[in-house]
Design a protein around this ligand. Sequence first.
Ligand SMILES: Nc1ncnc2c1ncn2[C@@H]1O[C@H](COP(=O)(O)OP(=O)(O)OP(=O)(O)O)[C@@H](O)[C@H]1O
Ligand SMILES: [Mg+2]
Length: 420
Amino acid sequence: MIEEISETVETDVRLSTAAPVLYENIEESEKKRIQTDINELNRVLGGGVVLGSLVLIGGEPGIGKSTLLLQLSGEFAAKDRKVLYVSGEESLEQIKIRGERIGLKKGDLFLLAETNLERIILQAEKLKPEIFILDSVQTVFSSTLTSSPGTISQVREVAHKVFHFAKTKKVPSFLVGHITKEGSLAGPKALEHMVDVVLYFEGDRDHNHRVLRAFKNRFGSVSELGVFEMRGTGLHAVENPSAFFLKERSREAVGSAVVCTIKGSRPLLAEIQALVSSTLFVGSPRRMTIGLDHYRASMLLAILEKNLGYGFSGEDIYLNVAGGLSLDETASDLGVVVAVISCMKNKPVPPEICVFGEVGLSGEIRSVSQPMARIKEAQSQGFTKIFLPENNLSRIEKREVKGVTLGGVHNVKDTLMNIF
Ligand SMILES: Nc1ncnc2c1ncn2[C@@H]1O[C@H](COP(=O)(O)OP(=O)(O)OP(=O)(O)O)[C@@H](O)[C@H]1O
Ligand SMILES: [Mg+2]
């Protein structure tokens, strides 16, 4: 019996073994990208969907994964590309209701409600779609395994079979994966190494904006960001994310500063808010950050204490990036510093001011990348005064930007003197 099995395995191997191919003769599938009509998605994918790639879209329950993929299906189908959308968790009627609500375009879109992996792959091979979508990896099961759907072994088997289908048939395929806030065990985390692209769909459910970001991309940069707004009619691209994230900014609020950060290939303006208040916890005041690195924020506070003589030991300090954004770039340092001081002094930052720059340990302002892109973005949003690292400013050829005063700063002290 064992011999028999190993014999078939050997024949299998002989039949399916690929021969080495000369490097020059290999076709670049990279070039064969399909542009979707959803630009924000193209951007995050690195410029469209690569043929034969497997993309995992992870997100918390209810965030809008099915909506995004159904919209994508509609766009493709309307362009005469055959799409197969398989749902393991919703009935065809349920999907249709969503489709009608979001005004799905008519076209070559096929739906299948099925949870058996083998049957799904069989149907996919029969239909020969140009795009394949499986919603979700946790609800589908392979009958070759005895474990229940959603377990690590099942989830891996599903991803493995879909991966094989995508590669052999050169069909771009999308897998939906649910994750909890903690990043569920049997969820997308276990699949990250198996797929080509991992996208996370995030956003506060209290806010109606959603951010799509790449966590891993074999065909593009991972720092790209797609910004959507969830409406009754589905997900709509936010054409001007800076304006979107600043739209509720109060112009006279103390403890608020606008920074220009770079997210992926585009600049983005964000509002950093600081609240400083006397602590009840003498000896261990609170330090809370939302959307900013906690350690970096503590470091910036220490720099302010050392350089400007402020004492924060009796103060609770809360830092927040408005709109649920998260900033991971050191260029936002200056915004944190300005917001904290604004609150300490109880003086608002004049609304026409925008800042960016990295703050070093001795309080020096260090240069950052792409200063011109940041300046232009701030200009486009109506900011007329920008404080930036002197080292950036001195290297900019055209020091004049129409309607904008540029202020080069050397350290935190002279920045704050300039602003307040
Ligand atoms: N009528 C509506 N108006 C506005 N938004 C709606 C409406 N119906 C649903 N939504 C939005 O769509 C979201 C659900 O989207 P969707 O079903 O695509 O999410 P999902 O990530 O696939 O969820 P699940 O984890 O249940 O599969 C809701 O949380 C809500 O924000
Ligand atoms: Mg869903």
